[in-house]
Each structure stands twice: as C-alpha cells, then as structure tokens.
Design a protein around this ligand. Sequence first.
Ligand SMILES: C[C@](O)(CO)[C@H](O)COP(=O)(O)OP(=O)(O)OC[C@H]1O[C@@H](n2ccc(N)nc2=O)[C@H](O)[C@@H]1O
Ligand SMILES: Nc1ncnc2c1ncn2[C@@H]1O[C@H](COP(=O)(O)OP(=O)(O)OP(=O)(O)O)[C@@H](O)[C@H]1O
Length: 274
Amino acid sequence: MTLTEGAPAKLNLALHVTGRRGDGYHLLDSLVCFAAVGDVVTLTPGPLSLTIDGPFAAGLEAGDDNLCLRAARLAGGQAAIRLTKALPVASGIGGGSADAAAVLRGLARMGHPLPDRTERLGADVPVCLASRPARMQGIGEVVTPLPPLPALHMVLVNPRVAVPTPAIFAGLAQRDNAPLPPIPTFADADALIGWLAGTRNDLQAPAIAAAPIIAQVLDALSAQGARLARMSGSGATCFGLFADAGAASRAAAALARNGWWAVPTELASAPAPR
Ligand SMILES: C[C@](O)(CO)[C@H](O)COP(=O)(O)OP(=O)(O)OC[C@H]1O[C@@H](n2ccc(N)nc2=O)[C@H](O)[C@@H]1O
Ligand SMILES: Nc1ncnc2c1ncn2[C@@H]1O[C@H](COP(=O)(O)OP(=O)(O)OP(=O)(O)O)[C@@H](O)[C@H]1O
C-alpha cells in the first residue's frame, strides 16, 4: 500500500526576529501560511530508501543527510520514499522542512507515532507538520493554529539563487525587534493586506545585501500590480498578493520571462486531520 502526502510550500507572510538564544538560534514571531504548490512524497512499506525526481531533483542529493531520511530515522519508520521535488532548494519556502513533515505525517498514517521535538530536523518542521495557517514563535517550535485565512491570489517568484539560511541570520543588523502586532481574524484579503502593511520580514534586508537580485524580484512583483510584495523566510523566494486569479496568472507569466521560477497559486487546503 503506497501513501501520498503533499509537502506544500511554507510562506512567512510576516517574520519578525525578536531575540537570540544562548545557542545562537533566533527567536521569531511569524504569520505562516501554506501555498497550493509543493513537493509530493510517497511512502511504500519496506526498507528505508529514497529516490528523488521532479523539476528540482538535480539540486538535491538522496544521501543520509536528506531531510526525508532524517525524518524517517527520527520516527523509527521503514519505507521506500519517493520525493517529487517541485520547489526550488534552499529558497525560504521550507522545502526540506515540508518534505520532512510530509514523511512524518505519512509514517504516522502507517502507525509510527510522531516524534517529539521535530524542530531538531529544522526550525520549520513543526509548522509544516500542521500545514495550515499558524503563528510561529520560539525558534519555530511554538505553533499556534489560526482560523482559516481569507482567499489569497499569490505569485511565488524565485530568481534561481540559493540563499543559505545561517548567513542571512548572521547578517541581521538588529536582533531585538518588536513582536508581531495582535493577529485579528481577517474578514477578507483587504483586511489581511492592511495588517501585513504594519509588519515586516526582518530577514529581507540582510538577504538583499547577500543577493541583490531579491530587490529586483520585489520591484518586479510590484510593477506587475502586486498589492503586497515580500520575501519569505530567509529568501530568496518572494511572494506577491494579487487582486484575483487572472492578475496573478498574468504576472507569473510575465515574471517567468526573466528566467525566474514564477508560479501563480493560492492557499493550500489543510491536510486531513490525523
Ligand atoms: C527563516 C525560517 O525559514 C522562518 O520560517 C526558518 O526559521 C528557518 O528554518 P529552517 O530552514 O528549517 O532552519 P534550520 O535548518 O533549523 O536552521 C538553519 C540555520 O538557520 C539559523 N536559524 C534558524 C532558525 C532560527 N529560529 N534561528 C536561526 O538562527 C541557524 O543558524 C541554523 O543553523
Ligand atoms: N528534502 C530536502 N529538500 C530540500 N532541501 C533539503 C532536503 N534535504 C536536505 N536539504 C538541505 O537543506 C537545505 C535547506 O533547504 P530548504 O529547501 O529546506 O531551505 P529553505 O527553503 O530555505 O527552507 P526554510 O524556509 O525552512 O529556511 C538545502 O541546502 C538542502 O541541501
């Protein structure tokens, strides 16, 4: 029996860095949601193994360090894992964490309980396990589910530059920023976009310093009519929020002409409850 689990892209709609722990990890306060685009993981009972295919398979090794295998070992699960990699690697949308979470969800369906402290696999793994809108705090291990968000028409854009997360945190000029303002229940996309305007991604400035093309991506999203354009995670993927699905599709087609990965999408539907 083969199980399939989606591994949707994680988006940090807002990301404030509020401090740093003694071990160097940063304290975060983030509004996280998930997009309808993502990797796909299938699990077939049997000895542990991993094969990778899909458009971004070439950027990734299937060795012991792969987060799919690390997740399976942490859960004590045995399965032949197939990862179809649709998300660019090291791009701020949680690809590896989403894959690890999908493996853990699949193994849970096969009877292997979820391990404790999944943030050891990656700071984004706890929020990716839920794969639904949430506030993420601590270093990523404190996940508070939120009510469903209003429908969003989005474009994700990656200029095909891999950005290593540690270097971006190291480039922060200030580490003790204010937390997010209180998160209301948003009546519609206008209300959400209005609230987001009062928030930031604190990693955006150091990421632009490391990879200036990110500023071009943000400008290009705005020029295509995005009502809000911002970077996700530690970059380099940026998202734009658009008025409707047609506007998002037209913007993605125009941005793809730069040779960038540019996909129109919407919010993911949440995975079935376990
Ligand atoms: C930036 C975010 O994408 C926001 O959602 C995540 O916090 C990063 O999550 P991730 O890629 O799963 O990160 P990890 O693989 O756990 O950490 C990579 C590196 O990023 C830095 N790191 C990560 C998370 C965090 N809260 N503080 C950090 O300082 C650390 O140097 C760490 O060694
Ligand atoms: N299954 C996997 N998918 C992607 N990257 C993986 C995977 N397993 C291990 N990695 C390694 O993890 C690193 C981070 O990749 P990932 O795509 O998770 O970053 P990211 O999109 O920046 O994530 P985040 O938003 O959580 O910071 C890469 O350098 C990659 O080599």
